[in-house]
Design a protein around this ligand. Structure first.
Ligand code: AMP
Ligand code: GLY
Length: 420
């Protein structure tokens, strides 16, 4: 099978690594890829948000299967264009991608599905939104309706912060994404994520994870895309996971089908768990980054078979062969992230690391230049390890981190603390 993966982050490096473990993968191209991906697969320069360009590229390169990594191409209808052209693709349609691209759409679907989630109001006008905030009081959560690169959510602990967020959003701070807002009840509890494959009809859980969103140790400081993650998430016990599947995921997928928008791809359910009851925080229509890295490490070669089964509508007969293992990833980021940071700093020590099926450094933002690896992004490396216990996996990951020589970078020393 000739495979094309779209994307350029640590998530796509992990997807590429897993695909290459599988003998069914004959040829692999990643577009646009990065310096780490380049070491294991062919990389191609391609505008992945333009459906026409992706279809032409797939046809010219005899691609049998396309795996879409990030949400932007999905929200731009790239999976639809591929399907229309008869190319097998893993990833939802533009209509179904609204589960991530529109918070109000997701809330309506949850209402239709009876899925437990935060109570909410949906507003297109600032005065009504403010009245709702004054009526309900703080803490309260204000969300820009559309895609806002993870920055469109304000968890307001007091009323003034919430009212200010409304002014910012209607004042254009998030562009079109903030022209509509959803205001939600603040939910308390512990957050964890559930990853499910869906083929339009059937669903299959492929694992749980928790990430560390805050930049600082002890989960303090500014929000980031994620400073580390581990799988499985102990808070998502088998019992709570079953509840999340029966009460949240399956009814949502049925509601999508009933609306003529059957979902196909991976569904990432962000959950808030309190007193044994999961409630939905949000859906994403892609793998989490860096959660994908720990899931791929645990699934290995079978990840390709499972994604292929989802794309072909064969999930009813698929199953996950679980090893009783744990995986963790530690993100190394450029100093200054998530604020401004220097680009082009040199990373040393990568070649000497032990890389095997239990120890891998996935690249998130690097480029190779004159034999050197340079940092090009905020989140740069995902140092990932697997073990019989979370502690073993963690010790392996930090042993690698300590051997990486990158004066321009930093990382958190406490990834996994909640679970340990
Ligand atoms: P989202 O982009 O919707 O995942 O929101 C980002 C983060 O904000 C989540 O991971 C939660 O930590 C927090 N959050 C979002 N909605 C709520 C809510 N209704 N109650 C409490 N925290 C929330
Ligand atoms: N790590 C969080 C996300 O991918 O949205």
């Amino acid at each position: 099978m000739n495979i094309l993966i779209l994307g350029s982050g640590g998530r796509e490096h992990a997807l590429a690594w897993a695909a290459l473990q599988n003998p069914k993968c004959d040829k692999l191209i990643v577009a646009p890829g990065n310096a780490g991906i380049e070491q294991i697969a062919e990389c191609a320069d391609l505008d992945i948000n333009r459906g026409g360009a992706v279809v032409t590229f797939a046809e010219e390169n005899a691609i049998d299967f396309v795996i879409v990594g990030p949400e932007a191409p999905l929200a731009a209808g790239v999976a639809d264009r591929l399907r229309e052209a008869g190319v097998l693709v893993f990833g939802p349609s533009e209509a179904a991608a609204q589960l991530e691209a529109s918070k109000s759409f997701t809330k309506e679907i949850c209402d239709a599905a009876g899925a437990p989630t935060a109570g909410y109001g949906h507003f297109t006008e600032a005065e009504a939104a403010k009245a709702y905030i004054r009526e309900n009081g703080a803490p309260i959560v204000v969300k820009a309706d559309g895609l806002a690169a993870g920055k469109g959510v304000i968890v307001a602990m007091d009323e003034d912060t919430a009212l200010e967020a409304i002014d910012d959003m209607f004042g254009g701070a998030f562009g079109g994404a903030g022209a509509e807002v959803v205001i939600e009840e603040f939910m308390e509890g512990e957050e964890a994520s559930l990853f499910v494959l869906v083929d339009g009809e059937d669903v299959l859980s492929i694992g749980t994870a928790q990430d560390h969103k805050r930049v600082g140790e002890g989960d303090t400081g500014l929000n980031t895309g994620g400073m580390g993650a581990y799988s499985p998430a102990p808070v998502l016990s088998a019992e709570i996971e079953a509840k999340a599947m029966e009460e949240i995921v399956k009814p949502t997928m049925k509601a999508m089908k009933d609306r003529g928008m059957p979902y196909q791809g991976v569904l990432y359910a962000g959950l808030m768990i309190k007193d044994g009851q999961p409630r939905l925080v949000e859906y994403n229509v892609r793998f989490g980054d860096p959660e994908c890295q720990v899931l791929m490490m645990r699934l290995g070669a079978q990840a390709l078979d499972l994604m292929h089964a989802a794309a072909e509508g064969r999930l009813a007969e698929a199953q996950v062969n679980w090893a009783d293992d744990h995986a963790i990833t530690v993100v190394m980021a450029a100093k200054g992230y998530p604020g401004s940071y220097e680009k082009g700093t040199e990373i040393g020590g990568l070649d000497a690391l032990p890389e095997d099926s239990s120890n891998i450094v996935f690249h998130a933002g690097t480029k190779a230049e004159a034999g050197k690896v340079l940092a090009t992004g905020g989140r740069v490396l995902n140092v990932t390890a697997r073990g019989a216990s979370l502690q073993e996996a963690r010790d392996r990951a930090y042993a690698m981190v300590d051997d990486i020589d990158w004066p321009g970078g930093f990382f958190r020393r406490d990834i996994g603390w909640r679970a340990l």
